[in-house]
Design a protein around this ligand. Structure first.
Ligand SMILES: Cc1cc2nc3c(=O)[nH]c(=O)nc-3n(C[C@H](O)[C@H](O)[C@H](O)COP(=O)(O)O)c2cc1C
Ligand SMILES: C[S@@+](CC[C@H](N)C(=O)[O-])C[C@H]1O[C@@H](n2cnc3c(N)ncnc32)[C@H](O)[C@@H]1O
Length: 401
């Protein structure tokens, strides 16, 4: 069930990421009643307004009651029938629309039934079952098929079964099985204390999520050797020893490569998971590095360092206030005449994926005008082990003045 088709903005429990609405079911594999019971039991324990538990479920199991199952299939919208007819289980969710204690309308009945049904789907995902809720069905047809009491509303039909072969799906459905799963960004749906004021997730939550959901070797910036631009600069300026900080070290490959060359390396990153992974990598390479979980924008590092290496961090900051804090931090952490080796996305890089900051030579001159002397700047590429078409980048060497 594990999917790698989504990016989360903050770490979440695996189950939430693993539930998704497939259309590819294994038509031949029945679902054991014990598993079905667990799904329905999970729904039973959902919260509800006034503890009303307004939900009901009709289970139609193709292997146990083909007639009931056919009845549900026929009630589905034609497009849903095309794929849902492969699901061995179809569950109709229904709601009692009035409170039992006073007969008044329960305006949360459908809301509560939806809550119960997502519990059912999550329990299914936890047990390796696929589920797909549908609103596309004919409620009147279901009313007839199951001789439903007048007051009861059919809310949804859930297709359930084991994941199947997507090649057996019609072509029109195949991209839906492989396309990236997306959601509206948190800041567009969460309001900070008042309507229209976007709530911002802490920056480390996004990085932490990224490192938790993807093995470091698959991250686009992963590069096992010392980046060629850094290697060339060290050689050109005959820099062979000293105290180095790899700021935003990520997987730690650059830090390890520098330590192997004899530098005394400190490495930091805002993500605990990145630092743990980098530390493990250094251990396997038998390399000693001082690692810290540290936010460049609120740094507790002391320094001073002869050299700071920034491969892909500065371009994460687009707010002028953040850029100023970054500059002040780098200056504070460098020894007099210390060097900053900086690599960021180039302004000519237009692909959507990647950091928000894309800079040209003028931008760099402007940002570093106070307190730094530009030693070297050139257009280059962001070499990556996983991208065949490496992004355009800018490499700069700046000296603290
Ligand atoms: C109430 C409800 C009704 C839905 N109706 C349909 C439907 O009729 N047909 C369909 O293919 N998907 C249907 N879906 C599935 C959604 O399209 C799907 O949940 C959404 O695109 C998000 O994808 P995900 O569940 O994989 O995260 C429905 C989902 C819900 C919750
Ligand atoms: C593009 S990745 C590059 C990682 C590493 N330098 C490399 O080349 O493999 C950017 C890194 O910056 C880190 N980062 C982002 N914002 C940060 C911050 N405010 N403080 C420290 N690290 C940060 C991220 O966690 C991520 O590891």
């Amino acid at each position: 069930m594990a999917q790698q088709r989504m990016h989360v903005q903050a770490p979440i429990e695996r189950l939430f990421a693993e539930r998704w609405s497939t259309r590819a079911f294994d038509a031949e594999k029945p679902v054991a009643d014990e598993l079905l019971a667990s799904c329905l039991e999970a729904a039973r324990w959902a919260p509800s307004c006034f503890g009303e538990e307004p939900w009901h479920y009709i289970v139609a199991n193709r292997f146990a009651d083909k007639m009931a199952w056919d009845g549900v299939v026929e009630s589905l919208a034609p497009k849903n029938q095309l794929w849902a007819r492969h699901a061995p289980i179809l569950i109709v969710s229904l709601a009692e629309p009035a409170f039992s204690h006073n007969g008044k309308p329960n305006r949360w009945a459908e809301y509560d039934t939806g809550q119960a049904t997502i519990c059912l789907c999550l329990q299914a995902a936890a047990m390796g079952l696929a589920s797909h809720q549908m609103g596309g069905f004919d409620a009147d047809a279901l009313k007839q098929v199951f001789a439903l009491p007048d007051q009861v509303h059919a809310i949804s039909v859930v297709a359930m079964g084991y994941p199947g072969d997507m090649a057996k799906l019609g072509e029109e459905f195949q991209p839906m099985e492989t396309d990236a799963r997306t959601r509206k960004p948190l800041e567009t749906i969460v309001h900070d204390g008042q309507w229209g004021s976007p709530w911002q997730a802490p920056v480390n939550a996004g990085w932490e999520a990224r490192y938790q959901e993807t093995p470091v070797q698959q991250l686009p910036w992963f590069y096992r050797d010392l980046d060629a631009d850094f290697a060339q600069a060290l050689e050109q300026f005959d820099i062979t020893a000293g105290d180095v900080l790899d700021i935003g070290c990520g997987p730690g490959t650059q830090a390890v490569a520098l330590a192997k060359q004899g530098f005394n390396v400190t490495a930091s990153d805002i993500s605990q998971t990145a630092v743990t992974s980098a530390r493990q990598f250094a251990d396997t390479e038998n390399i000693s590095i001082k690692f810290h979980v540290d936010d460049v924008l609120d740094s507790k590092l002391a320094g001073p360092f002869d050299l700071i290496l920034d491969r892909g961090v500065f371009h994460c900051f687009t707010e002028p206030a953040d850029q100023q804090v970054y500059l002040a931090t780098v200056r504070r952490l460098l020894k007099p005449q210390g060097l900053l080796l900086l690599k960021c996305f180039h302004q000519d890089e237009t692909r959507e994926q990647g950091p928000p900051g894309r800079y040209g030579e003028e931008d760099i001159r402007h940002f570093f005008a106070d307190g730094f002397e530009l030693v070297e700047m050139r257009s280059t590429l962001f070499a990556s082990a996983v991208q065949n078409d490496p992004p355009k980048a800018l490499f700069c060497m700046l000296r603290k003045s």
